[in-house]
Ligand binder design. Structure first.
Ligand code: SF4
Length: 253
């Protein structure tokens, strides 16, 4: 529905409510000659409920969406400026009732080219992390991002871009209902958990998102650049394994 259509419909609904109220008020005057009538009520709130604006309608639609429908909405989304520079939106993928969700900040060049999350070198490294705690990317995990379209030059997503996009992720989490979330990288953790602490500080605690335990660790690409981060990542993976009740593979580190 266009903006003009919506305004026309609101006006029609407001007129109908006013007319109905006037009819009843007139009937009351007819039935009770001592009744002097009263000022018409303000129906504006009711009109907004009956004809919601585009944002309210989108939020309501998302609340009723399946994972497949979310993916379709993401692929055609133009809620934020990132839609203009993407090649492919990356809705996320994996097991619908996964035990673990892995959440990153947003697609990079490989993901933008393929439309799939965590492919390329960092993605393969993430697969190895999962194998180290006896999880299979396809059968045990759902992988997504805070923003579903690649920020140009791999810059961090702006707060307003993350705010526009995160309702998709929130709905995905609500549908998947994982036993735990592994949040990779500081930017993803900041947007998901609404914090701005250093990553090292966020690693020290198991956080909660919608009641689900969240472990924060380094992004696989960061670990590939600095292999000294492997030891803390292994500690974090063991914490995840404990949360979801899977054995760790001793050779994982
Ligand atoms: Fe839509 Fe998210 Fe892509 Fe922005 S990043 S256009 S909100 S799907």
């Amino acid at each position: 529905m266009t903006h003009d259509d919506r305004e026309d419909r609101r006006e029609a609904v407001a007129t109908l409510l006013d007319s109905t109220w006037t009819l009843f008020d007139d009937a009351q005057k007819y039935l009770d000659p001592s009744y002097e009538g009263s000022a018409p009520p303000d129906f504006s709130q009711r009109v907004m409920e009956l004809v919601p604006n585009a944002q309210q309608e989108a939020a309501s639609l998302l609340e009723r969406s399946t994972l497949a429908q979310i993916a379709g909405m993401v692929r055609t989304c133009d809620r934020c400026p990132l839609h203009a520079t993407r090649r492919n939106a990356v809705p996320g993928e994996g097991k619908p009732n996964a035990r673990l969700m892995v959440i990153g900040e947003g697609p990079g060049a490989d993901e933008d080219a393929s439309g799939r999350p965590f492919v390329g070198r960092a993605g393969k490294y993430l697969d190895a992390w999962l194998q180290a705690i006896n999880l299979d990317r396809v059968n045990d995990v759902f992988i997504g991002n805070v923003v579903k379209c690649r920020p140009p030059e791999n810059r961090d997503p702006y707060p307003e871009e993350a705010a526009s996009c995160i309702p998709f992720l929130t709905r995905q989490i609500a549908l998947v209902k994982p036993d735990a979330i592994l949040c990779v990288g500081k930017v993803a953790a900041h947007h998901l958990l609404q914090r701005d602490d250093a990553l090292r500080a966020m690693r020290s605690t198991v956080h909660r998102f919608a009641g689900i335990p969240v472990v924060v660790t380094y992004h696989p690409a960061a670990v590939l650049r600095n292999l000294q981060l492997r030891a803390p990542v292994w500690e974090d993976l063991k914490r995840v394994a404990q949360l979801i009740g899977v054995p760790v593979n001793r050779s994982g580190r």
